[in-house]
Design a protein around this ligand. Structure first.
Ligand SMILES: [Fe+2]
Length: 505
């Protein structure tokens, strides 16, 4: 660790000296940008840029002294930074693990920019992010990525290496960025530390994950819209409840507060997502010209506890309770308003858990009768039905989902009428190599006519959107248990706007 005095002297020099001199003056014993750079929440005039100063990422406080550190940043229109269009200095604070979140504004719409940071004579790697088109623009096309569920112990992040090389406007991340478990054995690669409980525990887990070079490549290449699901906090948590240790609500709120703080510290999100006590504002929206309205949901923080004691089970009466909800009344009203405004050609509901109420009776742990995943929307049937009814007749709704660690594609119905299409992305690494068709796949397809694809390989989705057609590409890897997996396109499904139906393209 650097001594405090030497560090302060050096960082002050970094802000006034020319870059050429800085490099020679660097006193860092280890790379301060060991966790890479990231950008997020793009708008027509800017985006957030993020980094964290952590020369020893797995050490307490990332190996940093307990002092504030100035970090210089700049944004340019070219990779060589000949044309710098925004720059400034931000303060990395020890209270926030020396993370930096700069909301860059005043940029021009619908074009790529490059950004980088500098601290104490060391320069970060280069990041790239695209601004959104103006809300009044009429873009001819949009290409986006969908990814999440990245259990470090499940496999290598090869999918992120490939995602980095895709030409995308942005990536939607559906959560499970970290997993809270202690080390498994044997695993492809093991977690450092035990099950996560404290702020320091969560910080170290994010540091371990974000040390991955493939993950850093993906963040450096694209702006992300980050959400979270259960494993950023605790398996299948729901509002004030968690089932793993059955912590009392007031205790779990403290646990959640630590998890939310660490999430904020490590994510390229705006100040609006700064946690307040044990709460965080996660649901939010964006407009990609008149082509796509994007609504990013929070399906964890406000939900009532899973009915019937959770799991894959035959529905008990609580599934149909009018008091059960997976999003809050405010969030539901906000989403409904946005959907029915029809401000763009496509309404995109980007969220976490499956909205189709599939019959899972063929699962080995399920009952021999209609079985629901009670942690998904299917456990909250009254709200699910109300939302689907409101989608009826819009004929422009696409639901993007994660959580399942499988690729699925299917139709959402309001009673007998198809009202939307749901694309469920697999995992980056969670559940390991997998196979094309799981043993229960044919029975699942037979029991659920609304389901058109089952695949159990790791990977991500890309979506090609035009005013009249939506295409989702299922990109899969042959393996994640060793580095260098081979990527292929497993399937492409097309949806015609105005007709909620799926066809293989
Ligand atoms: Fe997951």
């Amino acid at each position: 660790m650097l001594s405090r005095r030497r560090f302060v002297a050096m960082s002050t020099a970094a802000l006034v000296a020319a870059p050429g001199i800085l490099r020679a003056q660097s006193k860092w014993r280890a790379q301060p940008f060991s966790l890479g750079v990231a950008s997020g929440d793009p708008s027509p005039d800017g985006f957030v840029i993020w980094t964290r100063i952590a020369p020893q990422p797995l050490e307490p406080h990332g190996g940093m002294p307990m002092t504030v550190v100035p970090v210089a940043w700049e944004v340019a229109t070219d990779e060589a930074f000949r044309s710098v269009v925004a720059q400034g200095s931000a303060v990395a604070r020890p209270e926030l693990a020396h993370s930096i979140h700069v909301e860059v504004a005043g940029l021009k719409p619908d074009r790529p920019y490059f950004y980088r940071f500098e601290v104490g004579g060391e320069r970060s790697g280069l990041g790239r992010a695209c601004t959104f088109p103006l809300a009044t623009a009429t873009p001819a096309s949009l290409r986006l990525g969908v990814a999440g569920c990245q259990d470090y112990q499940g496999g290598y992040f090869t999918a992120f290496r490939h995602l980095a090389a895709e030409d995308l406007a942005f990536v939607f991340h559906y959560g499970d960025y970290i997993y809270e478990y202690g080390p498994d054995s044997p695993t492809v690669r093991a977690h450092v530390g035990d099950v996560l409980m404290s702020l320091d525990d969560y910080r170290r887990r994010y540091a371990q994950y974000k040390s991955d070079a493939d993950l850093q490549r993906a963040h450096a290449a694209h702006a992300f819209f980050m959400t979270l699901d259960d494993h950023e906090v605790r398996n299948n948590w729901a509002g004030d409840f968690e089932d793993e240790d059955k912590a009392p609500p007031e205790v779990f709120r403290l646990h959640r507060q630590a998890a939310f703080q660490a999430w904020y510290e490590h994510m390229p999100v705006r100040r609006a997502q700064f946690p307040v006590g044990s709460a965080i504002q996660l649901y939010r929206g964006a407009r990609f010209g008149n082509l796509a309205r994007l609504d990013f949901l929070d399906t964890r923080q406000f939900r009532t506890n899973q009915p019937c004691d959770d799991g894959y089970k035959i529905a008990c009466a609580a599934v149909r309770s009018p008091r059960a909800h997976i999003v809050s009344a405010e969030e539901e009203a906000w989403l409904t308003r946005n959907l029915q405004r029809r401000a763009a050609r496509w309404n995109v509901v980007a969220q976490q858990v499956m909205m189709m109420a599939l019959d899972w009776r063929e699962r080995p742990d399920a009952a021999p009768a209609k079985t629901l995943n009670l942690d998904s929307w299917a456990g909250y049937e009254v709200q699910r039905q109300r939302l689907l009814a409101r989608m009826g007749g819009l004929d422009d709704v696409i639901v993007l989902t994660g959580d399942e660690h499988r690729n699925y594609a299917g139709l959402l119905h309001d009673r007998e009428r198809p009202v939307a299409v749901e694309f469920v992305g697999t995992s980056i690494s969670s559940d390991g190599d997998g196979d094309d068709m799981p043993s229960t796949g044919p029975a699942l397809l037979a029991a659920n006519p609304q389901l058109k694809l089952v695949n159990n390989q790791r990977g991500y989705l890309t979506c090609d959107v035009t005013p009249d057609e939506w295409r989702t590409n299922y990109m899969v890897l042959d393996r994640v248990s060793s580095p260098g997996g081979t990527l292929s396109k497993r399937a492409t499904f097309a949806v015609e706007r105005g007709r909620p139906d799926l066809r293989l393209a």
